[in-house]
Design a protein around this ligand. Sequence first.
Ligand SMILES: [Zn+2]
Length: 286
Amino acid sequence: MNTAGSSAWTAALSETPNSAINRFIQANLLVPFSPSTPEALTQGLASIYGVVQLKAMLKLRRLKVSGKKDELIARLVHSDGQGLIRDVLALGLYQCSDAGMNLVFRLEERKQRAYANAVAAIHAKDYSAAIREYEALEDDLGFPKFGFEGTPRPALIQLVMTVTPTILDGCSHEVLSRLRIAMALQCVAGRHAPKDVLRGFNTGIRLDAETAARMIYFSARHAEDIQQWKQMKVTEVAHLATPGSCSACTAFNGQKWNIDQAPELPYPHCTSETGCRCLYLPVRDA
Ligand SMILES: [Zn+2]
């Protein structure tokens, strides 16, 4: 595995791919691939080899190399089943065991239940219950806790469900409501969140649905920050425009504001296609 792919997997798994694979082998979720029937061998060959490789294998055995992929495989299996099994075993491959398949199936089933229950809880404004749905999913299936994700907070989800950022002016009530629920679900479910709830959804404004939902999240975070800083008696904030911000946002970079007069974030006049990514930072008294 290349380094870039490997480090991405390490981040996603919270462990190296090798350690994950060993753990799966120890838990009997992965077992050595050992084709015991012609059907299993046929399936295995189809997933391991491409047409070019299959033709080379036929040539090696002085067999005809014409035909479609499944015809090539059938010819190979028919003429040299035992030899192919030896080849495949020598590759040292693993396959998902029945227990592994069962776990994947149960995970999908639990995810769907968690999704339905979490959406219902969000509608009922019971955000703690929505969070518990996904916590239960992880606990039941024995997933390791992911430290870097952070624990979802009901107060933040409540803000997600109520803030109305000006940058989304023009979105209908229904659109806003759907964006809120998608983002609340994202907060609750983290990496288990369904990926496609907003796919192809038309917001009616220039921002696409994912961006618009992110503006709701930023607005909620912004409201939360300002609230907390006021409690901490912070009186001034500094504007931080992230690199690549639009000119309207960049013009404010570094600008200090009285906390009560700081312009709304996301900045309503931001023109970036990916929405405003500006932040305020609290200014400490010198
Ligand atoms: Zn901005």
